[in-house]
Design a protein around this ligand. Structure first.
Ligand SMILES: *Cc1c(COP(=O)(O)O)cnc(C)c1O
Length: 323
């Protein structure tokens, strides 16, 4: 096991903030060719993680899981849409530590992609409750907590997408990693970093991590979810909460203001609703060797193809299917 870059940067954190390495870092960066635009780079998170699922949720679990283990957690309760990548990753990696995962599932537009994901979820060992909508999930919450209490211990709740402040640290770490890759000359300093926003932790963490790394890149947060507040101010607040965790556990730094802007221009009719731009972008990506999903990464890639034509632009590929 290697130590986290965050621990190297702030040695005081090491005893205060446990880290569990789950993937091979650094993740690769490469220039994408044949996309019809120049100056487009990719940092590819798809291969991150050793278990049955990869992608961006694994980095959040590297901080969330050891924290849960330290608290003696036996059961996690979380929420997601029926195609939840977060729920699947959480279940698979928590299971390795003997922690059970219970997921309240909210409906999303059903297609082949969602059905395939739901079948992976059924095979993962997660306990699934089809609570269908946000209001019904909130109504069911007390029952869910009691139903899954074991030996007088309530399940620990983790928010959608794993975007609790400690989970956000996964992308602070990735931002530091990117800083090292830029310093080593593997890619130019991006003017923009484009990533999909479902619960916000990835974009918020990256913005904080880039600031800590001294990068001047602006994170362009492409909102693909209309069921959570994900405006620039919400994402900045989430980054501030992650920064507060770091400070509380011994790090000292000053990084204001963060370079972060969110856009809803690629959302279409809402979470999980396909858009023509995303469908076309996924085909362009495929030709450049990237396999994207329709809910998150294809919408972000559509933005990456058009944003900041002078670049350089870095696309963060967050989608990590296995098998
Ligand atoms: C969850 C997810 C995202 C969004 O990340 P957040 O941190 O929740 O904003 C992006 N891409 C994929 C493939 C995801 O599963």
């Amino acid at each position: 096991m290697t130590t986290a870059l965050l621990h190297r940067r702030f040695p005081a954190l090491e005893p205060m903030l446990p880290f569990l390495r789950l993937g091979d870092a650094p993740t690769p960066v490469r220039e994408l060719r044949g996309t019809g635009r120049g100056g487009l780079w990719c940092k590819d998170e798809s291969g991150y993680g050793s278990g049955g699922w990869g992608g961006n949720k694994v980095r959040k679990l590297e901080w969330l899981l050891p924290e849960l283990r330290r608290r003696g957690t036996r059961t996690v309760l979380t929420v997601g849409a029926t195609g939840t990548n977060w729920g699947l990753a959480a279940t698979l990696y928590a299971r390795d530590l003997g922690i059970d995962t219970v997921i309240a599932l909210i409906d999303q537009p059903e297609d082949a992609h969602v059905r395939e994901q739901l079948s992976r979820l059924r095979g993962s060992g997660a306990t699934l409750h089809f609570t269908r909508s946000k209001p019904l999930t909130i109504t069911a919450a007390p029952w869910l907590f009691l139903r899954h209490t074991r030996r007088l211990r309530l399940p620990v709740y983790l928010p959608a997408g794993g975007s609790a402040p400690i989970g956000v640290l996964g992308y602070v770490e990735a931002g530091l990693e990117l800083g090292e890759q830029v310093a080593a000359g593997e890619l130019p300093e991006p003017r923009h970093i484009v990533t999909a926003v479902g619960s916000g932790g990835t974009a918020a963490g990256l913005a904080l991590g880039c600031a800590l790394a001294g990068l001047r890149s602006e994170v362009l947060a492409v909102v693909v979810n209309d069921t959570l507040p994900l405006a620039t101010t919400d994402l900045t607040r989430l980054a501030d909460r992650a920064a507060a965790v770091l400070r509380k556990r011994g790090a000292t730094f000053d990084v204001r203001p963060l370079r972060l802007a969110s856009t809803r221009d690629y959302l279409g009719d809402g979470y999980g609703h396909p858009t023509p731009e995303a469908t076309a972008a996924a085909q362009v990506a495929e030709a450049a060797g990237l396999h994207l999903d329709p809910v998150y990464s294809a919408k972000a890639f559509a933005a990456a193809l058009t944003a900041d034509p002078d670049g350089p632009v870095l696309f963060l590929n967050t989608y990590g299917p296995r098998g």
